[in-house]
Design a protein around this ligand. Structure first.
Ligand code: SAM
Ligand code: SF4
Length: 326
């Protein structure tokens, strides 16, 4: 079991399969973003080797992310191999949903259990403005395909930005009146690439909740307020799904964080919002043994930062969000 110095059992690994993306969400990356050459990304066998090592340390929950993970060549085979790794009990994915119409069923058949699909508005024009060219209809088809394939419960993610989609929290939350989905609103966090936008356009969970309740009535708290992953859940009167808020900035949940992140270039990052990292891919390519990599991971996990430093103005600007994976 991998434990940090504060006694947290770290067993959840988010693996970024690529930093490449088929959208350019305004709060995530600049329009002229440059991506890493493929040779710098972990190759399939390197992902499998590292996954086996993490699993041997008690990591049992994997989330695949990106960039856009569905753009990764061989994504279905990668899911299959990870899902069949001894010790791995759950494999999920965060995706923009554009390719799910085609991939949801093959991914499910390969062993994927759940997806989180990002959708920041239901309005086609606003969606285009937020993503720079995305078609919301394609995301919607992807969500329905995921549900049909049994990738459940379907969870949707929305990042809300002042001047772009504040009012959209209402129709998005209202989806839970008709669908058994979890609609999660994420507070925008600062990274490299779009830092000024992220710092100035952020909407707090409290503001989003007030906006929803002013229009759709009071929500009741679910699970006595216990977090579901990172989200605090509520239910609208008459709702069949839940509305969640991920308040990473205004009400951090660092004390219960069990996550580690492996970037697409094979770097281990123990806090999304701290710059400290450890390169695992270079030693792996230089012939380090599984035992040596294991020992690097154990030391890095032990040193997991207690929490982020946003409140003190400590921003992690060495990477953009799409390079880490969320
Ligand atoms: N491309 C996939 C997607 O969009 O779902 C996976 C990668 S994306 C980086 C993962 C999640 O991070 C998405 O839900 C996205 O909305 C969210 N995200 C991106 N930039 C963010 C930011 N600055 N603050 C908070 N969440 C952000
Ligand atoms: Fe791509 Fe996801 Fe970032 Fe949007 S949030 S640009 S879909 S990685």
């Amino acid at each position: 079991m991998a434990t940090d110095r504060f006694g947290r059992n770290i067993h959840y690994l988010r693996i970024s399969l690529t930093d490449h993306c088929n959208l350019r969400c305004i709060y995530c990356m600049p329009e002229d973003m440059t991506f890493r050459p493929n040779a710098e990304l972990m190759q399939d066998d390197e992902i499998f080797t590292l996954t086996r090592i993490f699993a041997s340390l008690g990591f049992d929950k994997i989330r695949l992310t990106g960039g856009e993970p569905t753009l990764r060549k061989n994504v279905v085979q990668i899911v299959n191999e990870i899902a069949n790794t001894e010790g791995i009990r759950s494999v999920s994915m965060t995706t923009n949903g554009l390719l799910l119409n085609k991939l949801a069923q093959p991914l499910k058949d390969a062993g994927l259990q759940r997806v989180n699909v990002s959708i920041d508005t239901l309005d086609p024009e606003k969606f285009k403005r937020l993503t720079r060219w995305g078609k919301v209809e394609e995301v919607w088809e992807g969500i329905l395909a995921a549900e049909k394939a049994g990738l459940k419960p379907v969870k949707l993610n929305a990042v809300i930005a002042t001047g772009y989609n504040e009012e959209d929290v209402i129709p998005l939350a209202a989806l839970t009146l008709e669908h058994p989905w979890q609609m999660r609103f994420i507070e925008m966090m600062p990274f490299a690439g779009a830092t000024e936008f992220q710092l100035t356009q952020m909407v707090t969970a409290k503001q989003m909740k007030e906006e929803i309740e002013s229009e759709l009535g009071p929500m009741e708290i679910v699970n006595d307020g216990k977090l579901d992953g990172e989200a605090r859940l509520y239910r609208l009167r008459g709702g069949i799904g839940n509305v969640g808020f991920i308040s990473s900035v205004s009400l951090p949940f660092c004390s219960s964080c069990t996550r580690a992140r492996l970037t697409s270039d094979g770097v281990l990052r123990m806090c999304l919002l701290r710059e400290k990292e450890l390169d695992l891919l270079t030693p792996l390519r230089q012939g380090a043994t599984p035992e040596e990599i294991r020992s690097l991971i154990i030391d890095t996990v032990w040193d997991k930062p207690w929490g982020h430093g946003l409140a003190e103005g400590a921003y992690a600007l060495n990477r953009g969000m799409s390079e880490i994976g969320g």
